[in-house]
Design a binder for this molecule. Sequence first.
Ligand code: URA
Ligand code: CA
Length: 434
Amino acid sequence: MRMYDIIEKKRDGLALTDEEINFFIDGYTDGTIPDYQASALSMAIYFNGMTEQERATLTMRMVESGDTIDLSPIEGIKVDKHSTGGVGDTTTLVLAPLVAAVGVPVAKMSGRGLGHTGGTIDKLEAVPGFHVEIENDEFIRLVNENKISVIGQSGNLTPADKKLYGLRDVTATVNSIPLIASSIMSKKIAAGADAIVLDVKTGAGAFMKSEEESIELAKAMVSIGNNVGRQTMAVISDMGQPLGRAIGNALEVEEAIQTLRGQGPEDLTELSLTIGSQMVVVGGQAETLAEAREKLEAVIENGQALETFKTFLSSQGGDASVVDNVDGLPQAEYQIELPAKTSGYVSEIIADEIGQAASLLGAGRQTKESEIDLAVGLVLNKKVGDYVEEGESLLTIHSNTEDVESIKDKLYHNMTISTDKVEAPTLIKTTVSE
Ligand code: URA
Ligand code: CA
């Protein structure tokens, strides 16, 4: 088999066989196929797409290119959740204890944040003492005992994807639906998930700016999952403005606690219940989404969700007393208000720019090596559609430096107030289940 013929075939719009895809992935991973041929093929895929069969084969061959995590010693259907990346996206912190409280095992391998999106591990580490460096057997034991544990990324998972993603990044071939879908799904499958729920973000702060493209991406991932025997569902949710009110590590832990108590922001609560219901259904703990939702609402109401969160924190060394007293979380030295310059309706809060502002305060990493400040961030006092009086606070800046003038400029620049009435955007655009 020759790589030349594979490129030519895809260039001409034909579907590749399983053998051809396997030949490409194996050869590219072991270095016998050079970058220039892999980039030519990526570009051909970018223009000509891939069939369902090709996508499934590509995904599974990337899974097989490296280590895979075996979660079979954990009882039950292991459901993983993946978000395509949001700003102030506190949902994983809420969802993990929430679905665990209704019996869905959460064995999560999570990452750290880079750039304007935060990582779940960074957020959890805002709880004093909490750590994710635990041995595999301990991880399995914790999930069997408490239904929940989170560890950091380990092992050599999907090296083929790592190499190919790096190449796509510099050859203008990231934005291809079959390539994104197989990249994301290969990582979830290698991490051991039996079932997968996807939160595909759409809007200014998202990877896919238009709703149509977001739906197409969701469908592509759901069909890969279902084709390779992992039940998969997806939610398309708005990421025009940040989710909830808090953006920043300790601030989001506090927001998650409020939400688990039933007192969180409306949008974060709704998204958590929507994604959570899908997780409970694919996790086999409810027949229908409506039944799943009732179960989730019940554990918020009766305090079990919050109890599960406490157990989870202390099982990994964390100080669970922060749940009842959030003053135990890192606090920033200064709380500075951002007053509205005019009265009117908030019409735009550009998520990725607001996320960058939080990152500049120290809440996120500029490079992989940067240290983050767990205490700092932003809390929105107004969201899109809200009315604001001139001088009233749009948001509160939690900072460890007093001089935040350039951050304020950036925030003003990315929050618009209109004299015309503005409706709040629809949060859940649609769901995809097959
Ligand atoms: N995230 C991924 O993991 N892979 C892609 O291709 C795009 C986004
Ligand atoms: Ca938030």
